[in-house]
Design a protein around this ligand. Structure first.
Ligand SMILES: Cc1ncc(COP(=O)(O)O)c(C=O)c1O
Length: 392
């Protein structure tokens, strides 16, 4: 029975973490994490919960006050109208997505994912006995879909279109017109939309649009949000699902996988939401500075080995690796199963620079490498200086 789990790939990020463990004074641009301290209000909420001895089981759907504040946030920030009973609090976005796939899919149902994809989503669809179907995001379109190509991916077995904007790993953002076209396809073929908005605040080209805010979209959209990136609290594990239906399944799955999300962390989320957006706006502005720093220097630092435009959003640089990078390198990296793995190993071993090979994000990621630019400027500058040396 459990052998189905063996067929699900383990993300290469795990292997990268192991490799980075052996590197002295590393530049951890492989980690998709924000280098900021959590907002004080979030920490105060947790501390107060502990002082109150609020350390017991709580409602599986989530604390009522938190869900009320989430509903208000969705209205103000995302233009999504939701009821409190449509909100399921989850152990971060990854848990929210897991609940959604388990609640939605029958064996063999096809889910259209962007290729490159965030590896856990592909794995979770497989764990729910679904069939992931990749649809390329095109670099020449600013890492957006060719919408005709997306339409051609739809078969009689398609049940869900999953979107992620701003996107991990590319930073591409879908425009309002893209979202309208995706909604029209979903309506035409009676599909469900799963919208992963983990990076909703890191939108630079144009404001982030939640697909569930479009007329007629909310009733077929499961929107998944997380505090992880917006509040720089990846380790605290707090996210939520906005579900138009299947609340009982989501609650049952949440109960059997987590009972409830840590009560004190939920109390932190309450106080953070009550305190407003000031710390988030600071994070967003600082990430913009770091994106400029990194993208402004990378072509020169890598002597043209790495290329790519600064994307519309997100916290990553997903860069094209010059095909002839090998002769430029002083030492040849061991050739692994793919060129992007060989390049990543080279950067890690020769330059102490953490990165993730593009192939880990799906077949269309081959030939690219991902760096997280949400790291401290000193770390970004260290990585750039190290590249200058190894590509000299
Ligand atoms: C695309 C995407 N969705 C969802 C998540 C979920 O994050 P968390 O489980 O920390 O909330 C991440 C985290 O890296 C992500 O990149």
């Amino acid at each position: 029975m459990g052998s189905a789990v063996d067929a699900v790939p383990l993300s290469g990020i795990v292997r990268i973490r192991e490799m980075m463990f052996g590197v002295e004074r590393p530049f951890r641009l492989d980690q998709g994490d924000m280098s900021f301290a959590a907002p004080q209000a979030f920490k105060d909420g947790i501390a107060q919960a502990l002082r109150d001895d609020d350390t017991h089981y709580s409602l599986t759907a989530g604390l009522p006050r938190l869900r009320e504040l989430v509903v208000a946030k969705l209205r103000a920030r995302n233009q999504i109208e939701a009821r409190v009973d449509q909100i399921q609090i989850a152990n971060g976005g990854i848990h929210g997505l897991y609940l959604v796939w388990q609640a939605l899919l029958e064996p063999g149902d096809e889910v259209i994912l962007p290729d490159p994809w965030w590896p856990p989503v592909q794995a979770q669809v497989l764990l729910a006995r679904g069939t992931p179907v990749g649809c390329p995001l095109r670099e020449e379109l600013g890492w957006r879909y060719d919408l005709d190509e997306l339409a051609r991916k739809i078969t009689p077995r398609t049940r869900v279109i999953y979107i992620n904007s701003p996107h991990n790993p590319t930073g591409g953002m879908l425009t309002r017109a893209d979202l309208e076209a995706i909604l029209a396809l979903a309506q035409q073929h009676d599909l469900t939309i799963v919208s992963d908005e983990a990076y909703e605040d890191y939108a630079y080209g144009a404001p982030h649009v939640s697909i569930a805010s479009l007329p007629g979209a909310a009733e077929r959209t499961f929107s998944v949000f997380t505090f992880s990136k917006s509040y720089a609290v990846t380790g605290l594990r707090l996210g939520y699902v906005v579900a138009p239906r299947l609340h009982d399944r989501l609650q049952k799955l949440a109960f059997y996988t987590a009972s409830n999300v840590c009560t004190a962390v939920q109390r932190g989320g309450i106080v953070a939401l009550e305190h407003g957006r000031a710390p988030l706006d600071e994070f967003v502005a600082e990430i913009e500075r770091r994106r400029r720093l990194f993208f402004g220097a990378i072509a020169d630092a890598s002597r043209g080995v790495l290329a790519g435009d600064c994307p519309a959003g997100g916290v990553f640089a997903f860069l094209r690796v010059a095909r002839d990078w090998h002769p430029r390198a002083r030492h040849h990296a061991p050739i692994g199963e793919s060129d992007s793995w060989a390049f990543a190993e080279y950067l890690i071993k020769q330059g102490r620079i953490g990165c993730v090979p593009g192939i880990d994000f799906g077949p269309h990621g081959e030939g690219y490498v991902r760096f997280c630019v949400a790291r401290e400027p000193v770390e970004l500058e260290g990585a750039l200086a190290s590249m200058r040396e190894i590509f000299a």
